[in-house]
Design a protein around this ligand. Structure first.
Ligand SMILES: C[S@@+](CC[C@H](N)C(=O)[O-])C[C@H]1O[C@@H](n2cnc3c(N)ncnc32)[C@H](O)[C@@H]1O
Length: 306
């Protein structure tokens, strides 16, 4: 039944497509819907009336929860204005885990504080069964000299050699600004944002579904990390771009046998549980005081850090 959807990007209305997917059949669902901000999409009008938009959102959120396995998680990305409503819908049918604040400047909204974060709601279907893996990101370092930027109040002793555990505020992943890195799409997400979500909530071979896949960020992240995927978008052109990009991707975002997330040849996320295996690939100074070790660089061919 699921075979016809697995590792496919489907052109269609996500509500129609999801209705045909059985209950409890995918490991995580991630949605980055149109924000109803009158953005210029090709095949979709982004200016629904307030209640029409929310009624529609309630329907696809319901479908996302229905098809997610009891071990699985549901993620929804949007501006806080809409997330307050989504949280109410989700609280009726799933369990709150986190409101992740993704620190990224957003468009001014008129007379208001300057919006500076997007939210990612993180809900689980069954809190007793849900999968979750702690993840780490690298210490912030001086770009030139490689030394740690933060002094940590002189307490560098107890620091983890790789970097801190990821909290619910994400400041180290930036929106795609440069046209060189974006497709013809008004609001493409960075692949390593999705990789972090996938690493913390799924295992190898798990199924990741995105009902608004756009130009493929979620499915590319899933493929790179050895997960299976299902992508849906109403727009034929975005679906074609995604399929084309996917055909060039490999499932090789690994060091040794640990899946990790890279951005421009630097690691941005690892699983805490993988550190013991990964440590052999890093130069760790004997004296922890020397944690100011110079930034290690990835050798593209050997995938080793030197
Ligand atoms: C915010 S964008 C998603 C961008 C995506 N996360 C990426 O990184 O490329 C929303 C997408 O939803 C699609 N869309 C709008 N209505 C839809 C519907 N009813 N079913 C499926 N896709 C839809 C649009 O074509 C657009 O690509």
């Amino acid at each position: 039944m699921m075979d016809k959807y697995i590792n496919k990007v489907i052109q269609g209305d996500c509500l129609e497509v999801m209705k045909n997917i059985p209950n409890n059949s995918v490991d995580i669902t991630f949605a980055d819907p149109p924000f109803n901000l009158n953005k210029k999409y090709k095949g979709y009008k982004d200016n629904k009336k307030f209640h029409t938009y929310l009624d529609w959102c309630r329907q696809w959120i319901y479908e996302m929860v229905r098809i997610t396995k009891p071990t699985g998680s549901i993620f929804v990305h949007n501006i806080p204005k809409w997330l307050t409503h989504y949280a109410c819908f989700l609280n009726e049918i799933a369990y709150f885990k986190h409101w992740i604040a993704w620190d990224a400047p957003t468009a001014p909204m008129g007379k208001s504080l300057q919006p500076s974060h997007y939210g990612i709601l993180f809900f689980v279907k069954d809190p007793k069964k849900s999968k979750f893996y702690e993840v780490r990101y690298p210490h912030k370092r001086c770009r030139k000299c490689g030394y740690l930027l933060k002094n940590y109040g002189g307490k560098k002793y107890g620091l983890h050699p790789f970097g801190p555990l990821v909290s619910d505020v994400w400041t180290d992943i930036h929106r795609i600004k440069h046209n060189k890195y974006r497709d013809e799409h008004p609001c493409q997400l960075p692949i390593h944002l999705l990789e972090r979500i996938i690493l913390m909530s799924t295992d190898e071979d798990d199924i990741v579904l995105d009902p608004f896949v756009g130009t493929g960020t979620t499915v590319i992240a899933a493929k790179r990390l050895g997960r299976r995927f299902i992508g849906i978008d109403i727009d034929e052109m975005y679906v074609d771009i995604t399929k084309n990009k996917l055909s060039k991707e490999l499932s090789n975002s690994k060091i040794g046998d640990s899946w990790v997330s890279f951005y421009l040849d630097e690691i941005v996320t690892i699983r805490d549980g993988d550190w013991e295996k990964l440590a052999q690939y890093f130069f760790i100074p004997e004296n922890v005081k020397d944690i100011d070790f110079r930034k290690i660089k990835l050798d593209k061919q050997t995938r080793l850090f030197k």
